[in-house]
Write a protein that binds this ligand. Structure first.
Ligand SMILES: Nc1ncnc2c1ncn2[C@@H]1O[C@H](COP(=O)(O)OP(=O)(O)OP(=O)(O)O)[C@@H](O)[C@H]1O
Ligand SMILES: [Mg+2]
Length: 310
């Protein structure tokens, strides 16, 4: 869904970053778009520049070239219309869960009366299932709970765009799964627009509508946009039973294992190709059903290798 001017909600144009003193760009010609309500993941090897791109979207890092436009306006400074969740939850240790979130809500809406702030805090604390811990300080919470507070705080300011940098990277698999389910549910409810960095291909397939595949640096680029054609009502438990799951998953893994390195040094296309590897398997299955002739009835029970191969 583009806005009235035909522009995507978030538009990244020819973004590039060369750090001072470096001879080559970490990444260059990074081009992609995110529509309103879309959940987009980015995957790429360590050091290719994912966090730097996210920081540029947040307005926390200045790019060396290119532009970021959000809802028609150029991004060049941090703003409360973009909520960021980092891997280290970045909570204020001397404040309780309630106070941490209230602080963000008051910064966003300074004119709100205290009761409205509290209502907003409570709603979002409930959303991540932390009512029982609302008056605890971060030191009294587990890693997963702290990360939930970070997510609740980001949602509580109702950002136009949520930026997540490997938010579950430090969590054990069980906790990570539970919070992924929560995020999936909250995003379905709120139609939140999200840009998320992950190293986990299954996490990307569960959460994302589109997955950006980034080539290795130097001069990394977004090489491909993989459209996640798995049904939107997918669940973690049912994901791997879908016929599209393995072709999609294999495509992502093959990119990371085989192709990302060969596309380093600016060898990836400046405008990424959009691919739908999940649908290929469905089309092949469809074609096989419609072109298969009925097998001849085997009356003489010949099971020689030649007839088996026919
Ligand atoms: N402030 C900085 N000064 C110089 N180089 C930097 C700076 N920040 C990042 N880099 C370099 O830029 C490259 C990209 O860093 P970035 O953190 O964006 O990578 P990443 O893709 O997020 O990696 P990871 O998956 O490990 O988090 C790295 O080679 C890093 O060393
Ligand atoms: Mg990073």
């Amino acid at each position: 869904m583009s806005n009235e001017t035909g522009q995507a909600y978030l538009k990244v144009e020819h973004l590039g970053k060369t750090f001072p003193g470096a001879t080559e760009a970490v990444f260059e010609h990074v081009n992609f778009q995110i529509e309103r309500g879309e959940f987009v993941c980015i995957i790429g090897h360590s050091g290719c520049g994912k966090t730097t791109i996210l920081q540029a979207l947040a307005g926390l890092e200045t790019a060396s070239e290119g532009h970021v436009f959000m809802d028609g306006r150029e991004v060049n400074a941090p703003g409360l219309e973009r909520g960021v969740v980092f891997q280290g939850h970045a909570l204020m240790p001397w404040l309780t869960v309630r106070q941490n979130i209230a602080f963000a809500v008051r910064s966003r809406w300074p004119d709100w009366p205290a009761s409205q702030v509290q209502q907003q805090v409570l709603h979002h604390v409930k959303l991540v299932g932390l009512e029982h811990a609302i008056d605890k300080k971060p030191s009294q919470l587990s890693g997963g709970m702290k990360q939930r507070v970070g997510i609740a705080r980001a949602f509580a300011i109702e950002p136009k765009m949520l930026l997540l940098d490997e938010p579950f990277g430090a969590l054990d698999a069980l906790t990570r799964g539970t919070i992924q389910d929560e995020l999936l549910r909250i995003c379905a409810q709120t139609r939140q627009t999200v840009f998320m960095i992950t190293h986990d291909v299954d996490e990307a397939l569960l959460l994302a509508d589109k997955i950006l595949l980034m080539s290795n640096g130097p001069r990394a680029r977004i090489a491909e946009v993989v459209v996640n054609t798995l049904p939107r009502d997918r669940t973690r438990a049912g994901l791997h039973h879908d016929p599209q799951y393995y072709p999609l998953r294999n495509h992502l893994v093959d990119f990371l294992v085989d192709r990302a390195k060969g596309l380093s040094g600016g060898r990836a296309p400046a405008v990424p190709v959009e691919v739908r590897p999940g649908l290929r398997s469905l089309m092949e299955a469809h074609t096989a059903v419609h072109t298969a002739r009925p097998a001849p009835v085997d009356t003489d029970q010949d099971d020689s290798p030649a007839s088996a191969a026919a």
